[in-house]
Design a protein around this ligand. Structure first.
Ligand SMILES: Nc1ncnc2c1ncn2[C@@H]1O[C@H](COP(=O)(O)OP(=O)(O)OP(=O)(O)O)[C@@H](O)[C@H]1O
Ligand SMILES: [Mg+2]
Length: 471
């Protein structure tokens, strides 16, 4: 269903805090006049790509600008725009635009009220020590706040940082919604299935719906309708983490699930049915300025999202890459002191594809066994050890038979393989379109690197696949 593009509303004004953040970043940047150390509007315009007129408006803090302008300005200086950095009169479901008085210095950020119906963070991790992701957060904030996406899927291999990014995003935009609920679909402990679907719906409705409407209907269809109505009527932010856990054929537990005498055998299908409904039509007639948004994280792109997403649609996916070298270095610094040459840092981060989970395992090992010497660790040439193998095993078990076969073929190659070469090495009974789907899906999870014509494996995955397939 095509959604109209959002109209840019020029209503947002920097708070004193936001303004000072920018001023500090500008003064710490070395790009300006070497003699005066000051920067002209023209120089700022060139640096940020914003016109001098727009920059003057942002600095004057009298008239509003659109949120995209503030996001762009902040991201030019690697800053994250927090809700307390700007005032937005269209928050909290107000339909009329209040007068845009300039905030006085030290203005109270009365806008950053907690969501009216509360926040339920469930098992969300503490992301207070968070590195990088400025560009991803800027994009995601824009998708949520400006483009009003109804559903956003964060995709990537295990440990790449999907859960942390979704949580950071939710923290940053929570004030824009009336209810915020964060839930993981990953089974807890030895349980082989997520929460029974009916209990899950009860939980969501209870936390998302206003307290005056606590009655939950019994039949499951009626519960589903109530959830959808709630999402339409109240601006809710719903984060569903580890969605791969409910996708058929993609979880390591599938075999035991199917064979077990489970109480709720149809739950997986019901969860998938719910994903299909995230294409729900938004109702703007209720007068709410903001719409609901569902943010999913998954190691596998859920089929319903794959079919419904698109550039101009309200449903989008973002493939999450590894962290950059500087961000991994920051992460290591929080864990202790490490020694090595610049080229060795690059070798380490490139080898592990910037995967923060794997690199934090590596950091702990280097601290424990090599007294912080990355040089010594690299010299051992034992880049894959048991804890890393465990992370990769759980990822590998989520792959389809064809995806595993693609990994096997690519592992034998030291250089990128063209599609026709790959095609010739995969069983002819596999239709080309199915092979292309498998490549797309592997790329969406950052398991392969792929240009238009060639595919290859990251060094870590190539070594792992060689070991796994005894190549
Ligand atoms: N931006 C970040 N800054 C600092 N550490 C991070 C960041 N992102 C991820 N991490 C670290 O990496 C670990 C794994 O991240 P996260 O749990 O988000 O991965 P994931 O992609 O959700 O993995 P899975 O598919 O297994 O659920 C975190 O526990 C954290 O230690
Ligand atoms: Mg996760």
């Amino acid at each position: 269903m095509l959604q109209p593009q959002p109209r840019c509303r020029k209503t947002d004004i920097l708070t004193q805090q936001g303004f000072e953040k920018l001023q500090t970043a500008i003064s710490q940047t070395d790009n300006w006049n070497p003699y005066t150390k000051s920067c002209s509007l023209e120089a700022l315009s060139e640096y940020t790509g914003l016109s001098t007129h727009t920059l003057s408006k942002v600095h004057a803090r009298k008239a509003g600008v659109d949120l995209r302008t503030l996001l762009r300005y902040f991201s030019a200086f690697d800053l994250t725009l927090e809700p307390s950095d700007y005032l937005s009169p269209i928050r909290h479901g107000e339909t009329t635009e209040p007068s845009l008085a300039a905030p006085s210095d030290g203005a109270q950020v009365t806008e950053s009220l907690p969501p009216k119906n509360g926040v339920s963070w469930g098992l969300a991790p503490d992301v207070s020590v968070f590195h990088g992701r400025t560009a991803e957060l800027a994009t995601l904030q824009q998708w949520v706040l400006e483009h009003r996406c109804r559903s956003i899927a964060l995709l990537g291999m295990g440990g790449i940082g999907k859960t942390w990014l979704a949580t950071k995003l939710a923290e940053q935009v929570q004030h824009e919604f009336q209810s915020v609920v964060w839930r993981s679909l990953r089974p807890i402990g030895r349980s082989h299935s997520p929460m029974p679907f009916s209990d899950f719906l009860d939980d969501l409705i209870r936390h998302l719906a206003p307290p005056s409407n606590p009655t939950i209907p019994e039949p499951i269809g009626a519960k589903m309708l109530q959830l959808m109505d709630t999402l339409r009527q109240i601006p809710c932010l719903l984060v569903l983490d580890s969605v791969e856990s409910i996708l058929p054929g993609h979880t390591p537990q599938t075999a035991s699930r199917n064979g077990s005498t489970e109480q709720h055998p149809a739950d997986d299908e019901m969860y998938c049915e719910l994903l299909r409904h995230f294409d729900y039509a938004q109702c703007t007639a209720t007068g709410t300025a903001r719409q609901s948004c569902v943010v999913l994280t998954s190691r596998v792109e859920p089929k319903p999202i794959q079919y419904m997403s698109g550039e101009n649609l309200g449903i989008r996916s973002l493939s999450i890459p590894g962290l950059q070298l500087a961000e991994i270095q920051q992460m290591f610094r929080t864990r202790g002191s490490f020694q090595c040459k610049a080229a060795e840092w690059t070798r380490l981060v490139d080898y592990y594809g910037g995967n923060p989970l794997i690199l934090s395992i590596v950091a702990a090992t280097i601290q424990r066994l090599f007294d912080g010497s990355i040089t010594e660790f690299l010299r051992q040439n034992t880049m894959i050890f048991d804890e890393i193998r465990e992370v990769l095993d759980s990822q590998f078990e989520c792959l389809s038979a064809l995806e595993k076969d693609v990994m096997r073929v690519l592992a034998t190659q030291d250089t990128p393989l063209s599609f026709s070469d790959l095609r010739s090495r995969i069983s002819l009974s596999i239709p080309t379109i199915v092979l292309l789907e498998a490549l797309k899906s592997l790329k969406a999870r950052s398991l392969i690197e792929r240009t238009a014509a060639h595919s290859c494996l990251q060094p870590l995955l190539r070594d792992y696949a060689k070991e796994r397939f005894a190549l």
